[in-house]
Ligand binder design. Structure first.
Ligand SMILES: [Zn+2]
Length: 273
């Protein structure tokens, strides 16, 4: 792999995920002189987690340890169809349909967009444009490397960093919109995750989400499957009223849900300051 030609903090956008102060870029790392901590830049991708998923004592990170190896199949048509039809049912929207819904939701937002748990940039790089610069974060270096390889072939305005949703390496009120596709149900504490997303968004900025709900398709329509998934893999399958409560508790308003099978897409807006 060749070295990334663009220094990762060239835009001066990344801050320390702990103290939120701007990081100083030195060769191969971003340094917080307050904490003090060094965050390495690996193959052009700043790493704000540093530890290996397989060795992590954190149960949520440890559970994600297989995801690194899934990077190459994650976006294949077959994998996508199997997962979506199994969980969400045959009415599940296609990848292209979800991309279209996400694009429409954030259409009016020009500027910087954060893509939370971006994987290999599946959605982020498809909504990136000359007026939308995407900053993707994920816990999986394997996924991020795959994403960087996808965009290396095209001049896609997307950047990748390894970070957790609970400790985003960005200053307050930075982003004009936020995407969170296929991951809200995996976070340990939904409200904690949503609050941190709200923190980095501008007042009135749009949040656009694809997740699952207890709908009428796929295995997630069955209460026992939802309860089992929750116990076994920490999967939160949201009732609409529950999602609305979580959003209100995290500083969002204007919940606009759409349900197809057991797939939930929605937009919400950060409350004014
Ligand atoms: Zn710091």
């Amino acid at each position: 792999m060749t070295a990334d030609p663009s220094p990762a903090n060239e835009l001066g956008i990344y801050v320390c995920p702990v103290c939120k102060r701007l990081l100083r870029q030195e060769y191969g790392l971003l340094r917080c002189s307050i904490c003090p901590t060094d965050y390495p830049i690996r193959e052009g991708i700043p790493d704000f987690i540093v530890e290996e998923l397989s060795r992590s004592a954190d149960p949520v990170l440890h559970r994600m340890r297989f995801i690194d190896r899934m990077a190459s199949i994650y976006e294949t048509r077959l994998w996508y169809l199997v997962v979506m039809n199994l969980y969400g049912g045959f009415q599940s929207p296609s990848l292209a349909e979800i991309v279209r819904i996400m694009s429409q939701n954030i259409e009016s937002a020009n500027g910087c967009v954060i893509d939370i748990a971006c994987g290999p940039g599946t959605y982020g790089r498809r909504v990136a444009s000359s007026s939308k610069e995407i900053f993707g974060i994920d816990v999986s270096m394997g996924m991020l490397r795959q994403g960087a390889a996808y965009i290396a072939k095209a001049a896609t305005p997307m950047h990748f960093a390894r970070a957790r949703v609970e400790a985003l390496p960005f200053q307050d009120s930075l982003f004009d919109a936020a995407l969170c596709c296929g991951s809200l149900h995996l976070f340990a504490d939904t409200v904690t995750a949503l609050r941190e997303m709200a923190r980095v968004m501008k007042p009135e900025a749009i949040l656009s989400v694809f997740t699952f709900t207890a709908g009428r398709g796929g295995i997630l329509q069955f209460r026992r499957v939802r309860e089992w998934s929750r116990r076994r893999s920490g999967l939160h399958v949201f009732e609409l009223s529950e999602m609305e409560r979580h959003l209100a508790a995290s500083g969002f308003k204007d919940f606009r849900p759409k349900v197809s099978g057991s797939v939930l897409t929605f937009s919400a807006r950060k409350q004014a300051a």
